[in-house]
Design a protein around this ligand. Sequence first.
Ligand code: PHE
Length: 343
Amino acid sequence: MSQQAFEKANQLQAEIEAANPASIEELEQFRIKYLGSKGMLRGLFGEIKTVDNDRKREFGQLINAIKESSETKFRSLLDGLEAKADTGKGDLDLSAPGEPFPIGSRHPVSILMNRIVEIFERIGFVVAEDREIEDDWHNFTAMNTPADHPARDMQDTFYLMNDPAMLLRTHTSSVQSRVMTSQKPPIRIIAPGRVYRNETISARSHCQFHQVEGLYVDENVSFADMKQTLYYFARELYGDTKIRLRPSYFPFTEPSAEMDVYWGLKDEIDHKITKGTGWLEVLGCGMVDPEVLENCGIDSKKYTGFAFGMGIDRQAMLKYRISDIRYLFENDVRFLKQFSSAI
Ligand code: PHE
């Protein structure tokens, strides 16, 4: 009697080992046939009563081993088949339309800043970027603005609380001193970046804004070179226009000037923007003060240079007809996505 039960068990074990279900459906058939509540393994357990008492223990161990190995086989087959299903193999539809995904848009300030940089790159200027947390020397002292200089009042500075020798740069002119102390002429850089001034936030002004700085130092650089460079720039950015230079004052340039671009007086808005003059104030510029060159270790008898700096945010507001500067810093996607077609 016992012999028959053992043979049945061995046969079933061989059968289970040989089985090779190749799909989830076939595996389910496998499970029902061998492991299910009415399956063949269950049937084997029913055979125990036919086994002689002295071999019952041996038989029990055998069918338990078969049960365990069958369950292990089932689980590993299931894992394999599910993993295969996850890769989508077999049901990949190559003709299905792609999933659209939203593309971001450039910030209007970045758009304008990139355009300005690109205009200067075309005539040999190289981008220079530097830190926003700057020391007093690079922002002011090197730029001919020592501690007691009245011009410091023009720029309300954020000093660092734990180190008053450190500040948030008030202009990108700090990049001038950074570059001049680390490079030898000829120097031709264009420096875009963010600057900070302790100003009351309103529709017209903010405590953070953006500038683009330019610096050209070489032998025989003249005021005429500056004028021509800036004229080229104004026409590239504003189209067929005129410029004018008005005398001005900056501690780090001598002589200094402010450049206006002719905007026109076609409608009431133009009158408002240009305060009725038709001219738009665009940038500050001048010949690098020899004192600044010397502060930075450049021989002012051999080299001369010009520099200019302009604010970006107001120009961006004019270009894109943005009425309030605060929109530029709020990161509201309803505002930002309006610029998605611009580059
Ligand atoms: N740094 C000046 C400003 O912030 C602009 C400027 C730069 C003027 C370079 C002259 C030369 O107003």
